[in-house]
Every structure is written in structure tokens, then in C-alpha cells.
Design a protein around this ligand. Structure first.
Ligand code: PNS
Length: 169
């Protein structure tokens, strides 16, 4: 039985909360495709290639995990790759409405595609990529929030971007 699933997201950048969900999914399913997709309601801070690079460092060593970038519809990509389900982490009730809307839309576009929600580990309940970006660009310590192998790179990149913004005022 082919149990391929997709963990989609902006991953801008990947956090320890994402890593936890990807690792748990990799133990539950045969293959996990981590897909860096476009969220039209967000302006990313990192390019797709940078985000893929961070993910490769963070979870690229897990045997049944593949990391890809895709600029189209998740429902189409899932069909193309023969994925049965989308796996997403749910932090709190506040995530639910948005995630539920996406799950139902994806199901409408691809009736074969289900969505499985994993509850976030309680230590990552509050964690989000936008919080990480805010902390790093103000010079704060992000080592509690992103994988150790990328935190320096993420921090330096966001710090530099913020310095440039200051200079352009
Ligand atoms: O990490 P995010 O930003 O919450 O992830 C949202 C994402 C990227 C999974 C979603 O925006 C998405 O699926 N984008 C791909 C385009 C698409 O299929 N849009 C319709 C989804 S309802």
C-alpha cells in the first residue's frame, strides 16, 4: 500500500514545530513529501531555494522524507505525486478555521485527497515563523525556535535585511 503524504507550508523559515510534525509524520507514513508552496496571502522573507535549503539541513537526513518546491495548487501536486493525504500541524483552535477551510477546498479540488491534522507538541504551541522573523530582525535569540543547524544562517540573514531597511529610511 502506498502511503505517501504531503506536508505543505510556507516554511518561511522552518521552525522546531514544523520539524516535530515532519518527524512524526515520517514515522506514520511510508513517504512524506515536504512541499514548500506559495501562500498568496503572505510575503515571504526567504526565497523558495533558501527555504528548501533550510529544510534539507533540518530534516533532509530522514530517509523517507523528500523536500520539494512547487508553485501551483497543492491539490494538483498531490494528484501528480499520488499522495493520499495532506498532513498539517494544529497548534490551537485559532488555527482550526483556516486549516479546515483549506482542507475542504483541497478536497473539493481533489476528492481523493484527505487532510490529517496532528496536534502540535505543547512546547511548540506558541511558535510561528512570523514570530521567529520578528525576534531575529530585532536581534533576539531564535535558538529556542529553529533547528540548531540553521539558526545562525536565519539570524544573520534577517538581521542583515533589517539593517538594510534601517539604512534606506
Ligand atoms: O505555512 P502556511 O503559509 O500556512 O501554508 C499554506 C499553504 C502554502 C499550504 C497554502 O497556502 C497552499 O496550499 N498554497 C498552495 C496554493 C494552493 O493550493 N492554494 C489553495 C489552498 S486552499
Amino acid at each position: 500500500m502506498n502511503n505517501t503524504v504531503i506536508c505543505p507550508g510556507s516554511f518561511d523559515p522552518v521552525t522546531l514545530g514544523h520539524v516535530d510534525i515532519i518527524k512524526r509524520a515520517s514515522k506514520m507514513f511510508d513517504k512524506v513529501i515536504v512541499a514548500v508552496l506559495v501562500n498568496m496571502s503572505k510575503t515571504p522573507s526567504f526565497t523558495i531555494d533558501e527555504r528548501i535549503g533550510f529544510l534539507k539541513k533540518a530534516v533532509g537526513d530522514i530517509e523517507n522524507v523528500e523536500i520539494v518546491g512547487f508553485s501551483g495548487l497543492l491539490a494538483d501536486y498531490a494528484k501528480e505525486r499520488g499522495a493520499k493525504a495532506v498532513v498539517k500541524g494544529l497548534r490551537a483552535m485559532s488555527d482550526f478555521e483556516y486549516e479546515f477551510q483549506m482542507a475542504l477546498t483541497n478536497k473539493k479540488l481533489n476528492p481523493e485527497l484527505d487532510t490529517v491534522f496532528l496536534t502540535t507538541d505543547s512546547q511548540y504551541m506558541y511558535l510561528s515563523s512570523s514570530m521567529v522573523k520578528q525576534i531575529a530582525s530585532l536581534g533576539g535569540d531564535i535558538s529556542y525556535f529553529v533547528p540548531a543547524c540553521i539558526h545562525e544562517q536565519v539570524f544573520e540573514r534577517l538581521k542583515i535585511t533589517e539593517t538594510r531597511k534601517d539604512l534606506s529610511k
